[in-house]
Design a protein around this ligand. Structure first.
Ligand SMILES: Cc1cc2nc3c(=O)[nH]c(=O)nc-3n(C[C@H](O)[C@H](O)[C@H](O)COP(=O)(O)O)c2cc1C
Length: 216
């Protein structure tokens, strides 16, 4: 049943779990992010590492989709994907991108901007080797972002790849691997009552990270 505009207008949540103070933030936003990710993980959320990735095309049109954060370290935020898909084409032409995490049970959002670099072949291969077999086959079987005439065509391609690699270790395709977003800004958002949310943004500067409180 379609929701009426009135129902949508009435959908609202007052956030009351907790606040966020400058004093409790780590000086290093990656360390702060690790704290929050750890808390999201311990809350049994479904895929706490799911993040919205925004890229822009050659016309300046932004596009978003969800990807999974698979490595989070001092370098930045790494996800894995098909290097021939739409997002990879955007990144090749314009390596700036943005990420958003939304952890509703914690009433928290994190917004990140930065530059994307391709991860090393060794890192992609090591991560690929750790994936379950069907995911490995899927990377070979699916020409990500290209047009499919039918669902059967995809299933046929999967069966073909399965037969091809039967009894063999599945190598990481050349067209598959990681991208690491190196952050230039990271904003931590904690929902508060009456829409008076707490927001702190770290901005990278030559002297290190600065932190600013932002109005909600
Ligand atoms: C929860 C979730 C996690 C996903 N994780 C990934 C991922 O890690 N890598 C990926 O390539 N696609 C992932 N996808 C699929 C993407 O959202 C997207 O459909 C796909 O990457 C093609 O995007 P593109 O055509 O913009 O390149 C995920 C989707 C969802 C809903």
């Amino acid at each position: 049943m379609a929701l009426t505009s009135q129902t949508l207008a009435d959908l609202r949540q007052d956030y009351s779990l907790r606040g966020l103070d400058l004093a409790e933030l780590d000086k290093d936003p990656m360390v702060q992010f690790q704290h929050w990710l750890g808390e999201a993980h311990s809350h049994d959320l479904i895929e706490p590492n799911a993040m919205t990735l925004a890229t822009v095309d050659a016309m300046g049109q932004p596009w978003t989709r969800t990807v999974l954060l698979k490595v989070c370290d001092a370098r930045g935020f790494t996800f894995f994907t098909n290097y021939k898909g739409t997002k990879a084409a955007h990144i090749a032409a314009e390596p700036r991108a943005a990420l958003t995490f939304w952890w509703s049970a914690l009433e928290r959002q994190v917004n990140i901007t930065g530059r994307i670099v391709q991860t090393s072949r060794e890192e992609s291969e090591a991560y690929f080797a750790s994936r379950p077999l069907p995911s490995q086959l899927g990377a070979w079987a699916s020409p990500q972002s290209s047009t499919l005439e039918t669902r059967e065509a995809l299933e046929h391609s999967f069966a073909e790849q399965k037969a091809r690699f039967e009894g063999h270790q599945i190598p990481c395709p050349e067209h598959w691997g990681g991208f690491c977003l190196k952050p230039d800004s990271i904003e931590f958002w904690q929902g508060r009552r009456s829409r008076l949310h707490d927001r702190f943004r770290y901005d990278r500067s030559p002297g290190g990270w600065g932190i600013t409180r932002l109005a909600p």
